[in-house]
Write a protein that binds this ligand. Structure first.
Ligand code: CP
Length: 339
């Protein structure tokens, strides 16, 4: 794929070479995200962040990534403060906003709404999560993290064994990650969910059709054995018809130090797209694992910065110009290392 000027709406747009290209550019972005160098390559460019659902990581890391490349960010975080509430169509909205921006990131509660917006946008649009459909940049940063963690174990993505745990029905990060992993060879998926929250049939069928192994589990302790990665997710309460209905599924699967040490292999990587639900009824991933060396969760959120910088650089065609517009950082003595 030639990324220049393209929308990124679904991981289905990407092939393996595209993913590897994004990761290679992300590697180059590391000194800028770690504040060793600054670049002004996107000086004068404007990102418009349109987030119509709650977000911590996606909104702020897209914004920070654009700032790290020298660009400016405009944001709307509440649909009620836009004229969409006066009946304006997404298409009119897109015509207008794309006149103000060089690139747009949108999160929307309805499946397919970001693609509908993109159809009328004159600027490239990145999907920051649409309903329970997809969250493509989350999947890219997750995969980048898995690759990096495996590298330390002298492994690569082919032949990966991964347990995906929790709300696999509504979890858009899960849907995108599974579809992205399909591009690699011989992946074993352990899908751990209650039957009512199992992964969409079409997603599972595509895995099998492309030669990957899929096993379903309802018992956590069986599914988390013999895998390289645990990918834990929360119950997506906002997609249920009521909090009471969501509560039926919270707390069903809990990974903590005891469960991990009894059932997982010693090298198993622990991941979660965040936010984790730390309320008493849920706690799908205990804080007692936070200091474990295999706990990669905050490395995931750090990696989100460089993966999103890479996407901006590719889409706005500045990959080869980043260095020319850069200088050492003058305002901080110790670069902040997070790798
Ligand atoms: N992982 C993720 O999408 O987090 P936010 O909802 O905080 O953006």
């Amino acid at each position: 794929m030639n990324f220049v000027g393209e929308h990124i709406l679904s991981v289905a747009q990407l092939d393996r070479a595209d993913v590897e290209q994004i990761f290679a550019v992300a590697d180059k972005m590391t000194p800028f995200a770690q504040r060793e160098r600054v670049t002004r390559v996107l000086d004068g460019a404007i990102l418009c962040n349109l987030f119509f659902e709650a977000s911590t990581r996606t909104r702020l890391s897209f914004g920070a990534a654009f700032n790290f490349l020298g660009g400016s960010v405009r944001e709307t975080t509440d649909m009620a403060s836009t004229s969409l509430v006066k009946g304006e169509s997404l298409k009119d909205f897109a015509q207008v906003i794309s006149g103000y921006s060089d690139v747009i990131v949108m999160r929307h509660p309805i499946d397919g709404a970001v693609a509908e917006f993109a159809e009328a946008s004159r600027s490239p649009v990145l999907n920051g999560g649409d309903g329970s459909n997809e969250h493509p940049t989350q999947a890219l940063l997750d995969l980048y993290t898995i690759k990096k963690e495996l590298r330390a174990r002298k492994m690569d993505l082919d032949d990966l064994r991964i347990a995906v745990i929790g709300d696999l029905k509504y979890g858009r990060a899960v849907h995108s990650l599974i579809k992205l992993l399909k591009l690699f060879r011989n992946i074993t998926f352990h899908l751990i969910a209650p039957p009512a929250l199992s992964a969409p049939e079409n997603v599972v069928n595509e895995l099998r059709e492309t030669g990957h192994e899929v096993q379903h589990f309802e018992q956590l302790q069986h599914g988390i054995q013999g895998v390289d990665v645990l990918y834990v997710t929360r119950t997506q309460e906002e997609r249920f018809s009521s909090s009471a209905e969501a509560r039926e599924y919270k707390g069903l699967f809990r990974i903590n130090q005891v469960v991990y040490s009894q059932h997982c292999e010693p090298e198993t990587i622990i991941m979660h797209p965040l936010p984790r639900d730390s309320r008493e009824a849920a706690q799908e991933l205990s804080v007692d694992l936070d200091s474990h060396p295999n706990f990669a969760v905050f490395r995931q959120s750090d990696n989100g910065l460089i993966v999103r910088m890479a996407l901006f650089a590719l889409i706005l065609d500045v990959v080869d110009k980043v260095e020319d517009h850069s200088a050492p950082v003058g305002w901080i003595t110790d670069a902040r290392k997070w790798d």
